[in-house]
Design a protein around this ligand. Structure first.
Ligand SMILES: [Zn+2]
Length: 127
């Protein structure tokens, strides 16, 4: 069964900047965790699993971690929900071919990922 959820999110300039910073933090965290897994395997032959790292982080940070399917998050318009490969003008540029919404591609994708996470959390709480 596939469910879809829609939440309208129109970040202000400040919120868009905060989302971009949030995304950059996550990019760095992801790369640091990847490096840790690679180093542990290369130097000690130890397999560190992504799931274990995530569980450790969740415990240490006291934050909620929600795994989100990233499919189409970079091609979906955060304003109107239109999904198209053509929405992605360049690696950094997003411009919706349906509604004209334009944003940094990472910020647009971050909004979609946040929305998907919130929808999953809401669905889990309703179940
Ligand atoms: Zn749109």
């Amino acid at each position: 069964m596939r469910r879809s959820f829609r939440f309208l999110l129109r970040p202000t300039v400040r919120q868009a900047a905060a989302l971009a910073a949030f995304l950059e933090d996550h990019r760095q965290l992801y790369n640091a965790a990847l490096e840790h897994r690679r180093t542990a395997y290369a130097k000690a032959g130890v397999t560190v699993r992504y799931g274990d790292q995530s569980a450790d982080l969740k415990l240490s940070a006291g934050r909620e971690l929600i795994a989100v399917n990233p499919a189409d998050t970079s091609r979906t318009c955060a304003r109107c929900g239109h999904v198209a490969k053509e929405n992605r003008v360049t690696q950094a540029e997003f411009a919706c071919t349906a509604c004209g919404h334009a944003a940094h591609a990472d910020v647009n994708a971050a909004i979609n990922i946040l929305r998907a996470g919130l929808a999953l959390r809401e669905a889990a709480q309703a179940a």
